[in-house]
Structure formats: structure tokens, C-alpha cells
Ligand binder design. Structure first.
Ligand SMILES: O=C(O)CCC(=O)C(=O)O
Ligand SMILES: [Fe+2]
Length: 284
């Protein structure tokens, strides 16, 4: 399991001393990079030690923080969209996170699984040049629906748009993932690292990702929850429920993982949202 990012007293002292000596954040980030620190982690560490909002550190990288749309965060107890009621059963403010019960009906879950099953392929991740690649950190199988590909997909996308106040075309195509026992998705961020070589290519259309919704299509017999190690929180994978989390400007507390399935299998549908229009919905 991934450890919470720990900041050694020496590193903390060095950051404070370097700041007091008159060096700015860009210089501190440059020196950390020279010393082998991952830039995304460095920004989080510096933000924490200097008590700066993480988004402020984007300025140090020469990349603008997201300036497009932001999601509206659903508020407890319930939200009703087109006659479908979703229960907000847990709310966290940092990171912005909501557990959504009844996001999908049991029948919608079953239908999504059956539509996806014949189209599954080894799930990929996006590499530093913006290309999709096989990755040992992600051992599940998956597939993507295009936007509004089928009436069921379109209905779910409309529901998410209503719930989060972001038009459907800000969404990437719905991704279905299937995990077998032992399979997992190791801790990661869904937002793109501005320091990453392929950042400009990945964000050229749609801009930065601002939020994710992971919808559980079945209840694994054991394991398979979504863990947020910075919070010490694991969201139970339960058929029809979902976890929504937002991370505008890059938020390291949104670190999360699909825990290994211990028994049975796990199916999820993930929707990633961008700050600007990303997809062209298929006309119904
Ligand atoms: O499998 C999970 O619970 C998390 C999936 C996830 O993080 C993703 O699809 O980005
Ligand atoms: Fe993720």
C-alpha cells in the first residue's frame, strides 16, 4: 500500500531556510528536481511546508492552473435528477469527495457490464508523451464508450451533468474496468502533471481534468474498495454506488487507488471531467 507522503524534518528545515535566504519557490522546485524529487511531489511538499495553496505553485511551473469550468459539489442528503434520487452518504471537504448511493440502478449496472464484456482489453495508462501504454500499475481489463454512444450511456452522462453542473461534452468517454482477484490500480492522481513532458498534448483539447466519478457496477465478494491514503479512507465498492472527487488545480490529497480484489470480481464505470469541452457527443 502506498504510504502517505512524509516530509522529513531535514527537508522541511531546508525548504524554510532556503526561503528565508531569499530564494523563491521556482528555485526551490528546481533544486529539489536536481536532487531527484518527483516534481509533482515536490510541489505538494513545498505547498505544505510554506502553507501555500497548491494551485499557486502552478505559476512556478509556467503552466496556468485550470481556469475553465468547475464542478458543483452535490450536497447531502439527496439530489434528484430527472426523477432519479441519489443519496449523498458521505462528504469530505479535503479532498472534495462525496460518496453517492443509488447513482445507478441495479439494472443499469448489469446492462453496462453486459455491453462492455465483449469489448474488454488490457487497460492502459497515459504515458509522458500522451500515448496510451500497458502499465504494471494497472492490471485490469477495460474499454471506453464514446460519448452518448448508446441511450443508456447518454442517460448516465445526462445524470452526471445534472448532478455536477458540467455539460456532457466536458466528459471523457465512459470507461469500464474489470478486475479479477489480485488485480488492482495502484495509488495515482487522475489530474495531469504540468511538469510531465506530454502535458501540453494531453490537455490541448479539454484542458486539465477537474473531477472523477467512479461508479461501482457490482459488489466484489471481498476487497476492491477505492482507497484515499491521504485521508485513511476506503470507499466500499457497492453495486450502484459511486465516489465523486474533485481536484481543480491539482490536489495531492486526491491520491487514490483501486485496492486489490481479494475474492470475486469488480466492475466499475469511470467518468473523468475536463475544465473545457473535450468530446463531441454522438447525435441521438
Ligand atoms: O478501481 C478503482 O476503485 C479506482 C479506479 C480509478 O482510480 C480510475 O479509474 O482512475
Ligand atoms: Fe483514478
Amino acid at each position: 500500500m502506498h504510504q502517505r507522503i512524509t516530509i522529513s524534518p531535514e527537508l522541511r528545515d531546508w525548504i524554510l531556510a532556503t526561503t528565508r535566504a531569499g530564494h523563491g519557490v521556482p528555485e526551490i522546485l528546481r533544486r529539489l528536481k536536481e536532487n531527484g524529487y518527483d516534481p509533482r511531489q515536490s510541489r505538494s511538499i513545498v505547498a505544505e511546508v510554506l502553507k501555500l495553496p497548491l494551485a499557486a505553485l502552478h505559476a512556478s511551473t509556467g503552466k496556468a492552473p485550470p481556469r475553465g469550468l468547475r464542478t458543483k459539489h452535490p450536497e447531502a442528503p439527496d439530489v434528484c435528477i430527472d426523477g432519479h434520487t441519489i443519496q449523498i452518504s458521505l462528504s469530505v471537504e479535503t479532498p472534495l469527495l462525496r460518496v453517492l448511493d443509488g447513482m445507478l440502478t441495479g439494472q443499469e449496472c448489469d446492462e453496462l457490464i453486459e455491453l462492455a464484456r465483449p469489448r474488454l482489453q488490457r487497460a492502459l495508462t497515459v504515458d509522458s508523451d500522451g500515448r496510451h501504454q500497458v502499465d504494471q500499475r494497472r492490471t485490469s481489463e477495460g474499454m471506453f464508450f464514446t460519448l452518448n454512444e448508446l441511450p443508456l450511456v447518454g442517460r448516465i452522462e445526462q445524470r452526471l451533468a445534472g448532478l455536477l453542473g458540467v455539460p456532457v461534452n466536458h466528459g471523457e468517454g465512459l470507461q469500464i474496468l474489470h478486475y479479477l482477484p489480485g488485480q488492482e490500480y495502484e495509488p495515482h492522481y487522475d489530474w495531469f502533471d504540468p511538469e510531465q513532458a506530454g502535458y501540453d498534448a494531453i490537455t490541448a483539447v479539454g484542458g486539465q481534468r477537474i473531477a472523477s466519478v467512479v461508479m461501482y457496477l457490482n459488489t466484489p465478494a471481498q476487497g476492491g474498495g477505492t482507497a484515499f491514503p491521504e485521508l485513511g479512507l476506503t470507499v466500499t465498492a457497492r453495486r450502484g454506488s459511486a465516489v465523486y472527487f474533485a481536484y481543480e488545480g491539482g490536489d495531492r490529497s486526491s491520491l487514490h487507488a483501486g485496492l486489490p480484489v481479494l475474492q470475486g470480481e469488480k466492475w466499475i464505470a469511470t467518468k473523468w471531467l475536463r475544465e473545457r469541452p473535450y468530446s463531441n457527443p454522438k447525435k441521438p
